[in-house]
Design a protein around this ligand. Structure first.
Ligand SMILES: [Zn+2]
Length: 181
């Protein structure tokens, strides 16, 4: 629902590559990427005990983040209380860091559960956080999308990385005490 709604509002031509590839991809990127220990290239911004924050490589808008549990589960009812708490706390921190760093006017935040509801990856739950700006229907189309997007993604990654780590460290998803020194 949310994905469909956003798709109707934002013109995101670079998503065509994703949409055309989506049915051919095997495996689960939300399991594979954190296992690779190559966070910068994989656009993983932060890891906490039960999950991680990753940038969407085919974003609906600049700053499109996703909060994902490590466990490969499709539904909220499959998750533990700890996972649910961590996911929503991480989502709150993403909202804060995007607000601080990118000054959006609003957000689309939500879950698509099941392919019929618009989920691209429908068997590993993830929360979308999409910042919105007034008039952002015209955002990015001026760029030659597929060439500029990787550069834009890495700029946004660098912009968010340290502030997100700082905000996470201040909250309940900060690194364990033994890692702070
Ligand atoms: Zn998975």
């Amino acid at each position: 629902m949310i994905a469909k709604m956003i798709r109707n509002i934002l013109w995101a031509p670079w998503r065509l590559e994703y949409v055309t590839k989506a049915d051919k991809v095997t495996g689960c990127i939300f399991c594979e990427k954190p296992a690779q220990q190559n966070d910068r290239e994989n656009l993983i911004l932060y890891r906490f005990k039960t999950g991680f924050v990753i940038m969407n490589a085919f974003p609906y808008n600049n700053g499109h983040l996703m909060v994902v549990p490590y466990r490969h589960k499709p539904r909220l009812s499959d998750l533990t209380e700890e996972e649910l708490r961590d996911l929503i706390m991480a989502t709150q921190t993403c909202e804060k860091v995007l607000t601080e760093q990118m000054h959006p006017h609003g957000f689309n935040i939500g879950l698509n559960l099941g392919r019929c509801a618009g989920a691209g990856i429908d068997d590993h739950l993830h929360i979308h956080i999409v910042p919105r700006w007034d008039g952002d229907t015209s955002f990015l189309p001026v760029l030659s999308a597929t060439k500029v997007l990787p550069e834009l993604l890495s700029q946004t990654y660098e912009k968010l990385l340290i502030p997100l780590q700082r905000l996470m460290a201040e909250g309940s998803l900060g690194p364990p005490e033994r890692d702070k020194d």
